[in-house]
Design a protein around this ligand. Structure first.
Ligand code: HAM
Length: 432
């Protein structure tokens, strides 16, 4: 026998009924985005590798270790092969599309959301996959559109609080920080470099390299032995200039005014290089090690870093896989809340010669908006009743007599009652 093929490590199939929960989350997200005036954007699953190298940053874990990258075959001998990458995140792609389609020329703030798979070669574990899904949104525009305003940061955070509440996620924590402007970060990098100099030889090789190339990324280190050293390093709040402090104070004041609670986390620098000023994560205690259900922040220089005009922006991405895990854990804790949804009807043709009539009736009812499963006339009646009881609220018996008389027999599983219903009234009866 040949070897059975399996889904690739870090990828998985999503099956019903779990996919119903995925759809419910996506539907809630789309409804909330519409209320906040966001429109959907769909960008390609793969992009030129340079987009992520320049946008997300060469020294980040994502770009240096986790991307699925390949060399595309050159179309002509003279052409250089292009390096392509499965998108590890969607912000760089959205900003590329913003530039490519000159969305800034309208002068309006662009409010865009996306739902789709992302790819990172991480070590798979609960809540961490190599193909995972994100629901994200970006607010971006020329400075004249108000895209730099701290109000936009607070509005995005307030929307996230609403979104999580409406999805039914309870017990989240919003962790908030500011990583300052590009100039603040340059100053902070100098401060870090100086602070690291006497201790970096005791740290891991990645940290030793980063201390030279991009000291901020030392704060992403997960090596346990390095953590006591990292805990003593200066925090970025002390490197912020007056404008950055003012921006952060305005974000916090708007959150306070709208009643969105948060915790300040001065170590939250996020693992992507494009961030400026406000950064945030929403965490959840029920998730174990991978406790971030979403992350985001402001990226005022990203458009310019990938060759576009000045276009400050702020956005976030939520891990859909982690939202599902959180909701499943919550529902397991309160099983009464989960009532399996049943179909309106199950049609049981009495004999194979009635299968075609069964399909015609199913078509009639489904087109009228009912959810219907169609049995098979080769089943014995007992088997039909058992199959119907598992999935539907009522069973419709379809025999020769029923076809000839135009009156169908319907049994309601909840009450046990059996009723004769004229075909013309069947739709209303099943709906009731
Ligand atoms: P990120 O923090 O890299 O940010 O990812 C956002 C969220 O995606 C995480 O909080 C987590 O829930 C989920 N996630 C990330 N990696 C995995 C994985 N391997 N398996 C399962 N879930 C995962 C970004 O991607 C930024 N683009 C967010 C952003 C948008 N910033 C500004 N705009």
């Amino acid at each position: 026998m040949s070897q059975t093929l399996k889904a690739v490590r870090g990828t998985r199939d999503l099956l019903p009924p779990e996919t119903e929960l995925w759809n419910r989350i996506e539907t809630t997200a789309r409804a909330v985005f519409a209320r906040y005036n966001f429109g959907e954007i769909r960008t390609p699953i793969f992009e030129d590798t340079g987009l992520f190298a320049r946008g997300v940053g060469e020294e980040t874990d994502i770009v240096s270790k986790e991307m699925f990258t390949w060399e595309d075959r050159a179309r002509a001998q003279s052409e250089k092969p292009q390096m392509l990458t499965l998108r590890p995140e969607n912000t760089a792609g959205v900003v590329r599309a913003y530039i490519e389609h000159k969305l800034g020329e309208s002068g309006q703030l662009q409010k865009l959301y996306y739902i789709g798979p992302q790819f990172r070669r991480e070590r798979p574990q609960k809540g961490r996959y190599r193909q995972f899904w994100q629901i994200g949104a970006e607010v971006i525009g020329p400075p004249s559109s108000g895209s730099e305003s701290p109000l936009r940061d607070a509005e995005v955070l307030e929307m996230l609080a609403t979104l999580l509440d409406e999805m039914g996620i309870s017990g989240w924590t919003l962790e908030l920080n500011s990583v300052g402007s590009a100039a603040d970060r340059a100053r902070y990098n100098d401060t870090l470099r100086a602070a690291l100099e006497p201790v970096v030889s005791k740290m891991c090789v990645d940290c030793q390299r980063r201390a030279v190339t991009n000291p901020l990324r030392v704060l992403d280190c997960k090596v346990p032995e390095d953590q006591p050293i990292i805990a003593t390093l200066p925090v970025i709040a002390d490197s912020l200039d007056e404008d950055s402090k003012k921006h952060f104070a305005a974000v916090k004041a708007a959150l306070d005014a709208s009643g969105v609670t948060y915790t300040l986390n001065p170590r939250l620098v996020r693992g992507l290089d494009y961030y400026t000023r406000t950064t945030f994560e929403f965490t959840h205690g029920g998730l174990g090690a991978q406790n971030a259900i979403l992350g985001g922040g402001r990226y005022d220089g990203l458009s310019e870093a990938i060759g576009g005009p000045k276009a400050p922006g702020i956005g976030f991405a939520m891990g859909l896989d982690r939202l599902v895990l959180t909701l499943q854990a919550q529902e397991a804790a309160q099983p009464a809340a989960t009532v399996a949804k049943k179909l309106d009807a199950y049609i049981a043709p009495l004999g194979e010669n009635l299968n075609a009539a069964g399909l015609a009736l199913a078509r009639e009812l489904r087109r009228a908006g009912l959810s219907v499963e169609l049995g098979d006339g080769c089943f014995r009646l007992k088997k039909s009743f058992e199959a119907a009881d598992r999935v539907a609220r009522k069973i419709v018996i379809l025999g020769e007599d029923e076809i000839n008389s135009g009156v169908l027999t319907v049994k309601d599983f909840a009450t046990g009652t059996q009723t004769k219903v004229p075909r013309a009234e069947l739709h209303e009866f099943l709906k009731s």
